[in-house]
Design a protein around this ligand. Structure first.
Ligand SMILES: [Zn+2]
Length: 77
């Protein structure tokens, strides 16, 4: 699922929401004031799921593909 970044203008605060692509264009509720933040496109990170079920940014998770700490180089896996 992609991670979308939103900007809340009343707070001037940025927050991130993990949601499906079909919901990506929808407004997101600001966690600080409850107003609707609008989406900003400066940071767009595709997120995959790591070995333990945690979200992993593709830029990091796509490199090793092996062990959790080193990609297999140290024998941890
Ligand atoms: Zn806000």
């Amino acid at each position: 699922m992609p991670l979308y970044e939103y900007l809340c203008e009343p707070c001037n605060d940025k927050f991130e929401v993990l949601r499906t692509i079909s919901k990506g264009a929808d407004p997101a509720t600001c966690p600080t004031c409850g107003d609707n933040g609008h989406r900003v496109l400066s940071v767009f990170a595709a997120v995959s799921v790591g070995a333990n079920g945690e979200p992993v940014p593709a830029a990091m998770g796509g490199m090793g593909g092996g062990g959790a700490c080193c990609g297999g180089a140290c024998g941890c896996s």
